[in-house]
Write a protein that binds this ligand. Structure first.
Ligand code: PRX
Length: 625
């Protein structure tokens, strides 16, 4: 922990010479098989960090901890939804990863191959990710809540040849048929040669000969040795699909060395992680937070990371607090949406448990409203744990704006200051920094090691999405302002991306699924502010001739979206309407719909509307409800 003066000194020096700053971090932070000599090659918007060095993410997360006392330290503490418990030491986790990597190598997979991981929150998810990393296989974890169709498009885009799954997952006592979903997806993905199945729940599944392989058989027959393969720094460690502003998800590509250097550094600056800490991040490994702050960051640090399989309120609303008390968790990292649901459930649930082990609390995923912040601070942190409100994105790879505990005083609702080496600013439309207090677009003016390296197979979209608004400057898609203390306040997205319970969703993706339904002619999806979820998804739809708007059809359309994307994307509400408000050029005016669902009437500028009667009708039907 640093004091403010020391910390400001570090930030100042880092900004004066970011390359030297990151090079120094990289030299001490990672094990290098061959050291790098060049730090950054920057041909905007393409960055290469430490490019002539070689390293391996799995080696850095496991092997290097085995030579000292950490070999018998708990690396992973796993709690199953049904209260099962597994604790894997560094040595034990390493042994399992080596076995599984040897099995993958035996099947012929190696550097540059792509694997889809569709797994529940179980230690084997960590084993599979690390085994891929060990061999240089690029992994792409698909959140287990995604449907077969969403899985298929990702396998397809990635050109994956290997899939790793489990028979099923558990969620609130129900079984999630992962293998069955994968089978459905693979029926249209001939490029996948093998799917490896871990038996987790004992659910009945079909195994297809030759293609489907049992995890247990594979590791039983695998060789005992499988050294980590040195890969170039820029070798992609993983691709993670996230929602963008079109119907097609974006495959965000992350590198090996730059990514690892910065997730590790932020573990230190943000979580002030100590060797005797028990650290728990409640995210799912299907999202970037799970990658960076359950697996790669904590393990690179040699920390003890907790992984919980199930839902926060299962079987009772105090499950999280029970886990904190049971494992004496010191650092706890969760989302505002979870915090808001805890508030609703009542203080008696946390109050029943001993939370005195907690030292530091974190928040991520969306702006945290001051009342949730205050509750988190008093009821969970007992007013003695700093709260780190961490702003970042799938694309940034690691936390970029956050207080550093001890050094930076917090203000409820602000992610405070950019971390060392991060050049954040707020721009107006013309690309000029706005005065303090004025709202604008959050941008990053200099490349950083854990930044995305591109969108898989689509350099044009990468350039267009992030770098076209301000040449050479990264556009985050978030609105923000900075106060007179230099603190950043991130307000939310400015594009067609909405944030439902911390899950990023593309309104365009939902719309393109809606119009595939035989009854739907046109659809427009918007976010409505929601006390619990941050934003709730509302979809307006016009129907094809012959279809009648009934409550049953509305429900069918909700379920349709859930089935096509995943349950978490099921709209809160589907409104069937006669027409959608459009501009003269035929563009749907989502802004008006947003206002309609937010304020129940439209006050904004409507002069570009083609047909006012459509809007009048929409408002009228809204008043009727
Ligand atoms: O709008 C910001 C919001 O979440 C977006 C990134 O979403 P995703 O890539 O899914 O990553 C989530 C986990 C890193 C951002 O563009 N966001 C994330 N954290 C915060 C936030 N908004 C305000 N405050 C935060 N702490």
């Amino acid at each position: 922990m640093m004091d403010r003066t020391t910390y400001d000194g570090v930030r100042k020096a880092a900004l004066a010479d970011p390359e030297e700053f990151w090079a120094a971090r990289a030299r001490v932070g990672l094990h290098w098989f061959s050291p790098f000599r060049t730090t950054l090659e920057w041909q905007a918007p393409f960055a290469r960090w430490f490019a002539d060095g070689t390293t391996n993410a799995c080696y850095n997360c496991l092997d290097r901890h085995l030579t000292g006392w950490r070999k018998n330290k708990a690396a992973l503490i796993w709690e199953g939804e049904e209260y099962q418990q597994r604790i894997l030491t560094y040595q034990e986790l390493h042994r399992r990863v080596v076995q599984f990597a040897a099995a993958l190598r035996g099947l012929g997979y190696g550097q540059g191959d792509r694997a889809i991981l569709y797994l529940p929150m179980i230690p084997e998810a960590a084993v599979a990710m690390l085994a891929c990393a060990r061999l240089g296989i690029i992994h792409s974890v698909v959140f287990a809540g995604f449907s077969a169709e969403a899985l298929r498009t990702r396998i397809d885009d990635l050109g994956a040849t290997l899939a790793i799954t489990a028979d099923a997952g558990r969620r609130r006592g129900r079984i999630v048929p992962l293998k069955k979903n994968l089978d459905d997806a693979l029926s249209e993905c001939p490029g996948v040669r093998h799917s490896i199945v871990y038996r987790h729940t004992g659910a009945e599944i079909e195994m297809r000969e030759r293609r489907d392989l049992e995890w247990a058989d594979l590791v039983a027959g695998a060789e005992a040795e499988c050294p980590a393969v040195p890969v170039p720094s820029e070798h992609p460690l993983f691709v993670l699909y996230t929602s963008g502003t079109t119907g097609k998800p974006k495959g965000v590509v992350h590198s090996t060395a730059g990514y690892l250097v910065q997730v590790q550094a932020t573990m230190e600056w943000v979580f002030d992680l100590r060797d005797d800490d028990t650290y728990w991040c409640t995210a799912d490994i299907g999202w970037v937070t799970g990658h960076s702050y359950i697996i790669y960051g904590p393990l690179a640090m040699g920390a003890t990371t907790v992984m919980y399989e199930g839902a926060p309120d299962w079987p009772r609303p105090d499950r999280f607090w029970e886990i904190i008390a049971k494992y004496r968790v010191n650092v706890f990292y969760t989302s505002p949406t979870a915090i808001r649901s805890f508030i609703r459930q009542g203080d008696e649930h946390p109050n029943r448990h001993d939370l005195s082990s907690l030292r530091l609390l974190g928040s991520v995923g969306e702006p945290i409203n001051p009342s949730a912040w205050n509750w988190y601070n008093t009821v969970i942190g007992k007013s003695r744990c700093p709260i780190v409100d961490t702003w970042w994105q799938t694309e940034t790879g690691s936390i970029l704006l956050s207080p550093s505990p001890g050094a930076v005083e917090t203000k409820p609702g602000s992610a405070t200051l950019p971390l060392p080496g991060i050049d954040a600013a707020i721009f107006n439309l013309k690309g000029e920094p706005v005065p303090d207090g004025q709202q604008g677009y959050l941008v990053l003016r200099k490349p950083w090691p854990s930044m995305l390296r591109g969108l898989y197979g689509d350099p044009e979209r990468y350039r267009e999405n992030y770098w076209s608004r301000y040449p050479g400057v990264y556009f985050t898609g978030d609105a923000a302002h900075r106060d007179s203390d230099g603190y950043f306040w991130v307000l939310g997205r400015v594009d067609d991306v909405i944030n439902v319970s911390g899950h990023r969703m593309s309104t365009m993706e939902v719309e393109s699924v809606m119009v595939r339904h035989p009854a739907v002619a046109e659809a427009a999806a918007v976010g409505r502010p929601d006390e619990l979820k941050g934003q709730a998804l509302v979809v307006f739809a016009t129907l094809k001739g012959g279809a009648t708007p009934t409550p049953a059809l509305g429900e069918e359309l909700r379920q349709w979206v859930g089935q096509e994307i995943g349950g978490f994307a099921r709209p809160e509400e589907v409104r069937m309407v006669d027409g959608l408000p459009k501009t003269r050029s035929g563009k749907i005016m989502r802004r008006l719909l947003r206002e309609l669902v937010t304020n129940r009437h439209v006050a904004g500028d409507t002069t570009t509307l083609e047909d006012f009667s459509v809007l009048a009708k929409l408002s009228a039907s809204d008043e009727d409800e």
